[in-house]
Every structure is written in structure tokens, then in C-alpha cells.
Write a protein that binds this ligand. Sequence first.
Ligand code: SAH
Ligand code: SF4
Ligand code: F3S
Length: 473
Amino acid sequence: MAAALEKQRATTQSNEYGTALAKSLFIRTYGCQMNVYDSARMADVLAPLGYGLTDSPDGADMVIVNTCHIREKAAEKTYSELGRLRRLQERKADEGGRMVLAVAGCVAQAEGEEILRRAPNVDIVLGPQTYHRLPEMLARARRAADARDGEAVRGVLDTEFPAEAKFDHLPTSARAAGPSAFLTVQEGCDKFCTFCVVPYTRGAEFSRPLADILGEARDLVARGAREITLLGQNVNAYRGEGADGGPADLAALCRALAEIEDLARIRYTTSHPRDMSAALIDAHRDCDKLMPYLHLPVQAGSDRVLAAMNRRHRVADYLDTVARLRAARPDLALSGDFIVGFPGESAADFEATLALVEAVGYAQAYSFKYSPRPGTPAASLPDQVDEAEKSDRLARLQALLAAQQHAFNQATVGAEFDVLLERPGRHDGQLVGRSPYLQAVHLQAGGAQIGDLVPVRVLEAGQNSLAAERRAS
Ligand code: SAH
Ligand code: SF4
Ligand code: F3S
């Protein structure tokens, strides 16, 4: 009897991915917020199999590298990370264990097979649309490894764009949500800017039904979220199935979310200037929960370059959209993305980008040197700008954007607003939160807790953060 039980236990342990055992999972995330969201959902998918998150790859039973392919440097990081992880896998094997290594995200989607060739220590390569199938891939990888114990085994590859929507196959999370949570509402991109890999790595635009999003939002709020940032590569192109079966746009989604009582703040990112509809601008006017901060990338300030980028908007359209937004919500702050040194960008084109930045005035912005991405139309354009010139332009643009960010922060000194407390600060009794304009704000907690929304007065401003004091509610 005891022997039979022992045998059964042994079978259970080696069976079904080891459900009975507590296993450690480490996920390294690169790239955009959508990857951050995907990483959290991969952890949810693996939790029922006994995997719990750990904060170091050293000794972990499974490591997932969730990758980004947007610029060359981002993709290179993947291979150096895989090299470093190989040593940890060897150490784990020396100790009689096994570390399963999976590569997810946009490099996985773009390079697929090539990853298995260059990094034979990788067990699983999966794209952004297949991570609901991770348990099945894990089982296949295990079976392959067991069958050919000790020999090199070819990894499992799943980078399809399956017909079934992964969102319908994801479990709800049991973990507490942070005060500020991400929620993916739209994926993929049909815009095909000539420099960008996203339409290839994330596929065609797809919007989740409104009811599913509301359900996930309510669940996040029940688990502690006070702020939700709606995510999509083209979030303001959102067109999901609405309550009446007809299409609902992002404005309708924001208005519906605002009805959730304990949800205090709504944000969304990333928006395309062309999809900034009148209805969405009206929502910024009417909906207090929609935060007065908008990431609205323009990329360049010259119509010639915008046309070559296939951005489908001109400088004047962008400035008009910004003016309408500011008329609707006068305190709206803007952030943006810029690319310098796009093929054929002349000195005059670049000056036009500086002029646009001067005209708009950004609270914060990201700027990059153009990075040719294999397979995208711009990579084979003539007149690639030389590297030294790109660096020079980037430095000039970044100096201007940094000065604007500093001026924006300075202008909030003395201002009073609410801060959502998100994490402990570096000093005793200090907490750090976010202003409505997404600035990091440091303050003495004085009894307030992470997750509280507290009224403050801004005392001082730095380049990247503010110091504030609490006011009586
Ligand atoms: N969907 C968003 C941006 C997604 S990618 C939009 O349409 O604006 C994030 C940013 O990376 C882009 O806004 C762009 O500024 C930058 N980027 C994308 N491809 C790039 C490339 N090949 N070289 C340099 N920067 C790039
Ligand atoms: Fe890329 Fe352009 Fe689509 Fe943004 S809109 S994801 S930059 S192709
Ligand atoms: Fe990178 Fe893919 Fe996001 S390429 S920026 S992780 S959509």
C-alpha cells in the first residue's frame, strides 16, 4: 500500500507539468507597456501549473524573456541576455535541476526559427498572440527533453496568429493588482509607417469587446487598482463590439469605465494623431476621470518626412488636433515620440521638427535615432543619414525637450492636485505617486498608504520629479 502510494506520488510529481510542486518563474520584460501587460498575463497562465514569480533568474525553474524588436539595440539585448542565461541554465543542470528558457514578444515573432538556431539553449519561442498556449508548449518541450535525455533537443516554436483570440483563453488573475494597472484593449496596427516593425510583429488591428474590457477593469478595481491605463499600439483606433452589438469607440469605452465607482483615473496609450476623433476630444472635456495627459506621437515636423514615413497626417493636422484638445481641456499636457535621421531628412527638415516642438511645448517626450529595421520599407530607402549627424540631431532635440520638461515641472510649483500613491520612496516615511500629468511626486506619507489618492501642494520641481506636501482633504 505504502509502496503504491509512493509510486503514485512519484508519478504525480513528474506528471502534468509538476502541478503539485511550487516552481519559480522569472520574467524579464523589454519594450512597451503592452509587453508589461503580456508578461503579467503569462504569469497568470502559468500560475495554475504551480509557477510563482521570483525576482531573480538565478535558480529559477523557468525564465521568460519578453522581447522588443522596435530598434536594433532593443533586439541585440535579447541575444546577449540569452547568452547570460545559458550560464545560469548550466549551473541549474549541475545541481540536478532544469531551467526552461522561453523567448516571447516581438523578437520572437520576427526572428522565430533564427532564435532556435542562434541560441540552442532556448526551449520555447512564442509570439505575442500565442501565450495562452504556454502550458501546451511547456508540456511539448518537457516531452521532447525527456525523450532525448542529454541530447540537444530542438525547441518548440509557436509564432502563429491563431484564429482564436488569446483573450478568451486567459485565466483571471488571483494576484493583487497595483494601484495603477495596465489593460490591453486593442492590439496590432494597420498603419504601416515605413520605419516600423509593429504591423509585422503584432499583426492586424484587433479590438476586444467592450463588455470583456469592463469585466477585466472591474476585476482589477476589486483587486486594488485605482487607475487603469488602456493599452493598444493604436489605442485610439479602438473599435470593439459595444453593448448593443454595434461598434464602440474609445470615447464610449472611457465613458463606460468612468461609471466604475472605485476607479479614480483613466489613461490610454499610444494614440495616433489621425485617430484623435471629435468624440474622443469631447470625452476629454466631459470626463473628469480621464487624466489631462496625452501621449500623441508626431515623429517629425516636416510634411515631406511625414509623407515618406507614411504617417498619413501633416504638421498642420497635428497642430490643429492639439489646439482642439487644449480648447476642450485647457490643462492638458502632451508627450510625444520623435525620430531623427529618417532617410532623406535634411537639415531644414530637422529644423522643422525643432520648430514643431517649440510650437507645441511638451511635458515629456521620447526621441530616437532612426534605426533601419529589416523588412520595413524605409530600411531600403536611399539617403540614409549618417550616424554622427543622427547623434548630433538627437542631442539638439533632446536638449530642447529636456528644457521643456523642466519648464513644465517648474510651472507646477505651487499647484494643488491629487496624487495616486504607488510605491515607497527612498527616504523613511516617504511615498512616491503620480500627478494627473504623470509626473513622479515624492511626499511624506503621514499615515497615507500606497493606493490612496491624496491632495497635495507642489513644493519643488526637478528634471524628472516633484516634491510635494499633503493638504487636508
Ligand atoms: N504606435 C505608436 C508607436 C509605437 S513604437 C505610434 O504610432 O506612434 C514607439 C516609438 O518607437 C515610435 O513612436 C517611434 O518613435 C519609435 N520607433 C519605431 N520604429 C522605429 C525605428 N525604426 N527607429 C527609431 N525609432 C522607432
Ligand atoms: Fe508603428 Fe506607425 Fe503602427 Fe505606430 S502607427 S505602431 S509607429 S506602424
Ligand atoms: Fe517593442 Fe513590440 Fe512593443 S516591438 S515597442 S514590444 S509592440
